[in-house]
Ligand binder design. Structure first.
Ligand SMILES: *Cc1c(COP(=O)(O)O)cnc(C)c1O
Length: 360
């Protein structure tokens, strides 16, 4: 069996060891004679799987006791609505930082529920940087401040955590959670769709400070109320049981790799190699301000866009898949999440070198 090198932005590569483990347990989990997919979410077996996944995630991110971990559905996109519904809590406005397409989508959705103050916007330079703390025109009466620490499409990452004083900070960590260490206590709420750096699609993890629960907009659907989810262990209704289980296998795998600090070292090494080569090549280019370059999503262009098609076709032949940039920006993008090995990045760079020398 040949596994390709998969640079997809999402749903993204999963660790081979995790898929192997899931496959050995597919028909018969732990001698119980049934698949995890076939279990009642209320059974002792499934509850043990769910609780272990949460405990492991708490350990990996050092999540403080006063935060709830919710395993929700609807992807990060549903959070764009759930956040204002749950966190306005009597207030009428929220602050948003706009650093690219995911921020914009969050802003657009929030506008359906409240006044949105865009407190900084990097569109002036084609979303190629993250605003600094001094750039943020924060409002003390905002219900919360929302930002996207890692813009998956533009490959732009914040190199600091915004200081928002007493106003809760909310962050969309969909494409960078678990990629490097994180001080959860600095946030009111963190959310992340699973299909980038956690597990299969169908699951969205929400880590929320307890004092922010309750007092939701009256129209909030029950299944979208964080307090209801928290009070019911994310099982008010049937959760995405198999995705939750697989996320648990990924958390276990991360622990075996040495946890987040070890992954962060590997991720830094992978990203540094790739950006260094791009910068030195004279053939490829990345437009992002160096301090704000994402270590997870690396967009790049070829000197001559007419070569894009040939690049992608030849990469495919070499087993280097899903390098096409987002349809909105064109060019290429290599997503190098935790499950994308250093070997995969080395293979990509070797191919890029060969392609450049043959077409430069
Ligand atoms: C992928 C992504 C989303 C959207 O996730 P869905 O699960 O498709 O709703 C939102 N924000 C960021 C930063 C993403 O990378």
């Amino acid at each position: 069996m040949a596994r390709v090198y998969n640079f997809c932005a999402g749903p993204a590569a999963l660790p081979t060891a995790v898929l192997e483990k899931a496959s050995t347990e597919m028909l018969d989990w732990n001698g119980k004679g049934l698949s995890v997919m076939e279990m009642s979410h209320r059974s002792d077996e499934y509850v043990s799987i769910a609780e272990k996944a949460e405990a492991d995630l708490r350990g990996l991110l050092n999540i403080p006791e006063n935060y709830k971990v919710l395993f929700m559905q609807g992807g990060a996109t549903a959070q764009f609505a759930m956040i204002p519904m749950n966190l306005l809590r009597g207030k009428t406005s929220a602050d948003y930082i706009n650093t690219g397409q995911w921020s914009e989508k969050a802003i657009k959705e929030a506008k359906r529920y409240c006044n949105v103050n865009v407190v900084a916007n990097s569109e002036d330079n084609n979303f190629s940087y993250a605003p600094t703390q001094q750039d943020l025109k924060l409002n003390t009466d905002a219900a919360y401040v929302h930002y996207t620490p890692n813009e998956t499409i533009g490959g732009v990452a914040f190199d600091y955590i915004p200081d928002t004083g007493d106003v809760p900070l909310v962050a969309d960590f969909s494409s960078s959670i678990l990629s490097e260490e994180l001080d959860v206590s600095k946030f009111g709420l963190i959310y992340a769709g699973a299909q980038k750096n956690i597990g299969p699609a169908g699951l969205c993890i929400v880590i929320v400070r307890e004092d922010l629960l309750g007092d939701t907009l009256p129209s909030t659907p029950t299944a979208m109320d964080y307090k209801v989810a928290a009070d019911n262990g994310s099982m008010y209704n049937t959760p995405a049981t198999y995705s939750w289980y697989l996320a648990g296998l990924v958390f276990d795998w991360l622990k075996q790799q040495g946890g987040v600090p070890e992954m962060a070292k590997i991720n830094q090494r992978k990203a540094t190699k790739l950006y260094s080569y791009i910068d030195a090549s004279g053939f490829y280019a990345n437009p992002v301000k160096p301090a704000n370059r994402s270590i997870m999503n690396v967009p790049f262009t070829l000197k001559n866009a007419a070569l894009d098609k040939a690049f992608l076709a030849q990469a495919d032949e070499q087993g280097l898949l899903n390098l096409k940039g987002h349809r909105s920006v064109g060019g290429m993008r290599a997503s190098i999440y935790n499950a994308v090995t250093e070997q995969a990045v080395d293979a990509l760079i070797a191919f890029m070198k060969r392609f450049a020398s043959e077409n430069g």
